[in-house]
Design a protein around this ligand. Structure first.
Ligand code: FES
Ligand code: FES
Length: 244
């Protein structure tokens, strides 16, 4: 620090006035930033406020007739109710499971007119007049289907949450094979393979996920039902096909 006794060179002070000090530089930069931001602040203040979203009035329920597992149901449903919710919440058939509710897991698979579908991705009103089979409809007169027995014998589940969807999907899969439907791993799509290989089963079941990872046993159970080892492959799915 300079003291009163120190000499000051007037030339040095003049030079200091003309050299940009660090403080002066920071003050200039802050002033420039404020000027630059001002238009943005004004623009933000002037952004128009979006009008409130108008929620459409709910469409009143109307009677929807569904044929599920051979029984006729007349349900009072809004048009936006999915088939999955109609089955679980309105018909009381809780066997069909809701996993992802967006078509990714297959837990909600049911059979509609012989085709397996994700019931979370379709509206109940779209299936009036169709024949729907859920896992509750796979057994016949209290007797499990051969495929259901194969799942038990091959320990093809752990928690069982995905199992209703797996069973419906596999039931329809065996019928698709009998109908000659090809998959993307079928070597020659012009003729039905002599039997379902494990690759065919895995590919055809690829829409059904199992968080417990019971895939190896699921494939084994389907293969057993298909080959009829202790099972009658032709009977597997016959009940659902009859319903369809
Ligand atoms: S709940 Fe339908 S696909 Fe997952
Ligand atoms: S057995 Fe648990 S998710 Fe498949």
């Amino acid at each position: 620090m300079a003291t009163d006794n120190e000499c000051h060179d007037p030339g040095d002070e003049a030079a200091a006035l003309h050299q940009p000090s660090r403080r002066r530089f920071l003050q200039s930069a802050a002033a420039a930033a404020t000027v630059g931001a001002a238009p943005n602040l004004r623009a933000q203040a002037q952004t128009p406020v979006a009008p409130p979203v108008q929620t459409p009035a709910p469409v009143p329920p109307r009677p929807v007739e569904l044929n599920v597992n051979g029984r006729a149901y007349t349900l009072q449903l809004e048009p936006r109710v999915t088939l999955l919710d109609a089955l679980r919440e309105y018909a009381g058939l809780m066997g069909t499971k809701k996993g992802c509710d967006r078509g990714q897991c297959g837990a909600c698979t049911v059979i509609a007119n012989g085709r397996r579908i994700n019931s979370c991705l379709t509206l109940a009103v779209m299936h009036e007049g169709e024949t729907i089979t859920t896992v509750e409809g796979l057994a016949s007169n209290g007797a499990l289907s051969p495929l259901q027995r194969a799942f038990i014998e091959h320990d093809a589940f752990q928690c069982g949450y995905c199992t209703p969807g797996q069973l419906c999907s596999a039931t329809a899969l065996l019928q698709e094979y009998r109908n000659g439907t090809a998959s993307v791993v079928t070597a020659d799509v012009r003729k039905r393979p002599a039997k379902l290989s494990d690759d065919e089963i895995r590919e055809r079941m690829s829409g059904n996920l199992c968080r417990c990872g019971a895939y190896a046993n699921i494939v084994a159970a389907i293969r057993a039902a298909h080959e009829g080892s202790g099972q009658d492959a032709n009977a597997a799915g016959a009940h659902s096909h009859d319903n369809a």
